[in-house]
Design a protein around this ligand. Structure first.
Ligand code: NDP
Length: 448
């Protein structure tokens, strides 16, 4: 027993030593490996095959220069990344993030998480992530296009529908996927729909992909509350962010009869006690690409809190849907003191380790991102299925598939947590479930 705990401590220490300065990657690895001791006790062969050690080392990491010109002709240089983390279960799959904060450590934390998340979906996809330290904010469409073309001019050689299939993430939506796909098609002379997901449904994308992550989070919350004899209906909710995941989480909450009173962006918080008017948020964010403060200019009943902390607003359900480490321990304690019952992560690793501990100790319903936000990548896999069969499914059918997938993810995480002696702990359930699926395939393939 002590030997296994020591082994896990040694693995974490090695990851920290070999990947200096990559704090988000250290955090993600620690969070997962700390829950795996019972697995090594039950399945000693995974220790013998050094599966944890192998899973913590990406299979490949690509870093490249992305030169591009702005509208005035000035030259800019960004850095592009693609980390193929694990391909035991299928081709690499995971989003591209364009944000000035992107660095190798962030891409590796996201790729590591993605490996487990994709395994949890039960679909045949490996884990990857990529992106660039490019900031699309304030750029013209032409500038974004030139950046995407330059980015793909290097990345294309590493992609393929059976090799690596990127999608969107922060700063990468349908517009960017369009430019990336156009350049891929032009360079390769192939209309290979299955090489990117998150495409517009007008040219090979799946209906519901845009909504999938946000809708999926809410389906997951619904399942967590059902176990507790409760439901989403009538709940007061807050959702951080106002991007793709946040908007469609708010939409599904409202469709299920909940009241969403606040959302945010990186500059501030909107509090609308009447309930957020989603059509306004969609127009401001998706069409006009403006700041969320514009909401209060149109709705004087709402309050804009520049630089505000959304987590001080009382709610029963809180969905962090912006970015990593946005919900710390102090904010979790404020949420709990205000009567919050459930937290589910639309974003990847938005809750700090102290925040997670506080939620688990309080017995709140807590859905970690690798389970709760897996609906996005699961629907990307549905997009790949449609592309492979040259088919296009209806919105209703695709949404029903998404709902069933989220219900199954919840069920499997719940059952795994129970099997390993931690009932109701979805962190343990998700980590162990994802690990076991990847580990079984890795052992089957031998030492590769
Ligand atoms: P978007 O770019 O559409 O929206 C991101 C939102 O988060 C914006 O409101 C943005 O505000 C805010 N935000 C981003 N970075 C920061 C920051 N450093 N501090 C504060 N706020 C920030 O991205 P998505 O909605 O696609 O992604 C949101 C989260 O969900 C990410 O963690 C992503 O990894 C995760 N996710 C996304 C999936 C998808 O399908 N898109 C799938 C699974 C997880 P601002 O505009 O001011 O920057």
């Amino acid at each position: 027993m002590a030997e296994i705990d020591a082994r896990i401590r040694r693995i974490i220490a090695d990851v920290m030593r070999r990947n200096p300065g990559e704090t988000e990657f250290h955090q993600a690895v620690t969070e997962v490996t700390e829950t795996l001791a019972p697995v090594l006790r039950k399945y000693p062969q995974y220790a013998e095959h050094k599966i944890i050690e192998r899973i913590c080392e990406p299979e490949r990491q690509i870093i490249f220069r992305v030169p591009w010109q702005d509208d005035r002709g000035e030259v800019h240089i960004n850095r592009g990344f693609r980390v193929g983390f694990n391909s035991a279960l299928g081709p690499y799959k995971g989003g591209l993030r364009f944000h000035p904060s992107v660095n190798l450590g962030i891409v590796k934390f996201l790729g590591f998480e993605q490996t487990f998340k994709n395994a949890i979906t039960g679909m045949p996809i490996g884990g990857a992530k990529g992106g660039a330290d490019f900031d699309p904010k304030g750029k013209s469409d032409d500038e974004v296009m030139r950046f995407c073309q330059s980015f793909m001019t290097e990345l294309y050689r590493h992609l393929g529908e059976f090799t690596d299939v990127p999608a969107g993430d922060i700063g990468v939506g349908q517009r960017e996927i369009g430019y990336l796909f156009g350049q891929y098609k032009r360079i390769t002379n192939r209309y290979e729909s299955g090489v990117l997901t998150g495409k517009s449904p007008k040219w090979g994308g799946s209906l519901v992909r845009k909504e999938a992550t946000g809708y999926g989070v809410v389906y997951f919350v619904e399942e967590m509350l059902k176990v507790r004899g409760d439901s989403v209906q009538g709940k007061t909710c807050i959702v951080s962010g106002s991007g793709n995941v946040a908007i469609y989480a708010m939409e599904k909450l409202q469709q299920l009869g909940a009241k969403v009173v606040a959302c945010s962006d990186s500059n501030g918080v909107i509090y609308d006690p009447r309930g957020i008017r989603l059509e306004t948020v969609k127009r401001i964010k998706e069409v006009e690409r403006r700041r969320i403060s514009a909401y209060a200019e149109e709705h004087p009943e709402a309050e804009y809190r520049a630089g505000g902390n959304i987590w001080t607003i009382p709610c029963e359900v809180a969905l962090p849907c912006a970015t990593q480490n946005e919900l710390d321990e102090a904010s979790v304690r404020t949420l709990l003191a205000n009567g919050c019952l459930a937290v589910a992560e639309g974003a990847n690793m938005p809750t700090t380790p102290g925040g997670v501990r506080a939620l688990l100790e309080a017995g709140a319903a807590y859905g970690p991102g690798k389970a709760a936000n897996a609906g996005g990548v699961a629907t990307s896999a549905l997009e790949m299925q449609q592309n492979a069969s040259r088919d296009a499914w209806t919105f209703e059918y695709t949404e029903q598939r998404l709902r069933e997938i989220m219900q199954k993810i919840h069920h499997d995480c719940y059952a795994t947590a129970e099997e390993f002696g931690c009932p109701g702990n979805y962190v343990v359930g998700a980590n162990i479930l994802g690990f076991l699926r990847v580990a079984e395939a890795m052992v089957a393939f031998g030492l590769i």
